[in-house]
Design a protein around this ligand. Structure first.
Ligand SMILES: Cc1ncc(COP(=O)(O)O)c(C=O)c1O
Length: 393
């Protein structure tokens, strides 16, 4: 049997990881500024994480949600404390798409409404409801397409009000920072207004923090920069450092009903052991603060690079202009920048010539989503490699 060929692969196979590095079988080391798509939060093969999973699987790897599982409670308490949402309740599932699916379903149950407001260029996953909230026709099949989801341009407050004022919307779903769209940070004014408008028109606000959450931006959730509290918050990716897990944080105003949501694998013993280890390491190694500081450093260095002369030694506006690097943006360790020409060509050269993994988005954007413990020294290695490539060396 062959694999169903849906991924554009690099011809490279990491077989081992350590911190912010991965290695191929021949021992070649790669600096990982992609974090396996924002998934690696505490670093590859962190010893505390490895032993927590090994110990748990040697005791009990899985039992169903028909019995008590105190690991879920431990995780809920730690997550409440780490995120500042101690009064919310936790529902555990297996992926980001599933978390969004459950959040939208919950909003529909609670409000009795069936429409969802989503935003242009958003990405919320590939299951039926989640993909319908994504306005990329290439990934929405006729089965998934629905007029129950309506799209509004990001940052367009008056269009959001026009739609919400119909009173038809169960939820508005918005990424803390849009990731797949190429790192688009919604304005503070817009996020605050959206919170107020959703309250005013009886719509629940879902913050999709699957990529932007879990400490990546330097706060636990990106929406905490806007000083708002959504009704539902979805998490996945970094939550268990690569062990599949998703979560929905649910406001105290929403009542649970038996059987309302459910899953076989969600919140299983192994996933919980992995997620508890992640929060413990994040706290003991102060990783969120490191993400804030090192992210700021990377953003500053990238911005400086965008003003740098293309020809070394030339004046800023001298012969040859500046390096072909445009529009650096992001927060903490969720960073995007555009290049003149092909972003994927640049990423290929970074990987094969400089041994550095990065992420992409669209034709010309490079995304950086490294583990939260990345050092300024590793950031410098990247900046130097990027400078050389942009100078076409
Ligand atoms: C913001 C956001 N939401 C949802 C998802 C879907 O998560 P998963 O692939 O775990 O289903 C992603 C994945 O990239 C994402 O970035």
């Amino acid at each position: 049997m062959e694999l169903f060929d849906v991924y554009s692969l690099y011809d490279i196979e990491p077989v081992r990881g350590e911190g912010s590095y991965v290695f191929t079988a021949d021992g070649t080391r790669y600096l990982d500024l992609y974090g396996g798509h924002a998934v690696i939060s505490i670093g590859h093969a962190h010893p505390q994480y490895v032993s927590a999973i090994a110990e748990q699987v040697s005791k009990l790897g899985f039992y169903s949600n028909s019995v008590r599982n105190s690991l879920q409670q431990t995780l809920a308490e730690k997550l409440g404390k780490a995120s500042g949402y101690e009064d919310y309740r936790l529902f555990l599932c297996n992926s980001g798409a599933e978390a969004n699916e459950n959040a939208m379903k919950l909003a529909s149950f609670v409000t009795g409404r069936s429409r969802i407001l989503a935003f242009s260029k958003a990405f919320h996953g590939r299951t039926s409801g989640a993909v319908a909230a994504t306005d990329n026709p290439a990934i929405v099949s006729p089965f998934n397409a629905t007029d129950k989801v309506v799209f509004c341009p990001l940052d367009d407050i008056s269009e959001a009000e026009r739609l919400l004022s119909t009173g038809e919307f169960a939820a508005a779903i918005i990424e803390g920072i849009q990731g797949v769209a190429g790192i688009r940070v919604p304005s503070d004014e817009f996020m605050k207004a959206l919170r107020e408008l959703t309250k005013k028109y009886g719509t629940l606000l879902i913050a999709d923090e699957i990529q932007s959450g879990y400490g990546r931006t330097g706060k636990f959730f990106a929406h905490q920069y806007n000083g708002i509290r959504p009704d539902l918050i979805t998490c996945a990716k970094g939550i268990a450092n690569g062990f599949p897990m998703g979560a929905v944080l649910i406001s105290p105003a929403i009542e649970a009903r038996k059987g309302m949501l459910g899953t076989t694998f969600g919140g299983n013993h192994l996933a919980c052991a992995a997620a508890i280890a992640v929060l413990d390491v994040m706290e003991s190694e102060n990783l969120m603060e490191n993400a804030r500081r090192t992210g700021e450093y990377l953003l500053e260095r990238l911005s400086a690079l965008s003003r740098c002369p293309a020809v070394p030694g030339a004046g800023q506006n001298g012969q040859g202009g500046t390096l072909p690097l445009l529009d650096v943006r992001g927060r903490g360790l969720m960073i995007g920048f555009d290049v003149e020409g092909s972003g994927s060509e640049l990423r290929k050269r970074l990987l094969f010539e400089k041994k550095i993994f990065t992420g992409g988005a669209g034709a010309s954007t490079v995304r950086l989503l490294p583990a939260l413990g990345i050092t300024t020294g590793q950031a410098d290695v990247f900046i130097n490699a990027l400078t050389e490539l942009l100078r076409n060396k």
